[in-house]
Write a protein that binds this ligand. Sequence first.
Ligand code: 5GP
Length: 114
Amino acid sequence: MYDKNNIFATILRGEAECKKVYEDKNVLAFYDLHPSAPIHVLVVPKGEYKSFDDFASNSQNVADFFKAVQKIATKLELIKSGYRIVTNHGDDAGQIVPHFHVHILGGKKLDKLA
Ligand code: 5GP
């Protein structure tokens, strides 16, 4: 079940602060509080989705969301230098916040995944 009190839900309701990068009717993007790269932005859909698994069941969601991710990467001037997009689903991936989100990481040469 979706936890309405998770930190991203409170940010979306305007009850907690964030350093906003982009907003439209479907998504909010803001800087990560504990960045793992010089540029570390979180992109969060406005609906109540616990993780990628329930979010991805609606293909229109996915199309609109990833179009916004591309727009945000452009706004952050990461297209030429490159960037990584990551989402964590569940325990094994180490998902901390139970509201689906994508991390955009860039601004340096990132470590290899393995
Ligand atoms: P994940 O759930 O994918 O593991 O990552 C959650 C991310 O949210 C972490 O990178 C963490 O630093 C970030 N985070 C946790 N709480 C806050 C917060 O209150 N504000 C912001 N801007 N980021 C947060």
